[in-house]
Design a protein around this ligand. Structure first.
Ligand code: ZN
Length: 95
């Protein structure tokens, strides 16, 4: 169960519209799916978020795929999403 404060925080971030659902999920420490559900009005406080590992598995990764440990410390399947997002936001900061 997600603390009400987390739910409220995510709702605030969603209403703010500045961050993507994925970024909000990372900031709040919940799964992106949960944020997506909340954004769509489907999530309830009773929904259990993933432990954070599942969100790193892209839809294309086969179930049971063995993750590798990226240099950044994240468990990834193929490309490291965290590093890609980080480098993308670095570029945005330069602009
Ligand atoms: Zn990485």
């Amino acid at each position: 169960m997600i603390a009400n404060s987390t739910t409220e925080r995510v709702k605030e971030l969603l209403a703010d519209g500045k961050l993507s659902n994925r970024q909000i999920a990372r900031a709040a420490g919940v799964s992106r799916q949960w944020v997506d559900n909340l954004a769509n009005g489907k999530a309830t406080d009773c929904d259990r978020p993933d432990d954070g590992q599942e969100e790193e598995r892209p839809p294309t990764a086969p179930r049971g795929a063995v993750p590798r440990r990226c240099a950044c410390g994240a468990k990834v399947y193929g490309e490291c999403v965290a590093c890609r997002v980080r480098s993308a936001s670095d570029q945005n900061n330069e602009a």
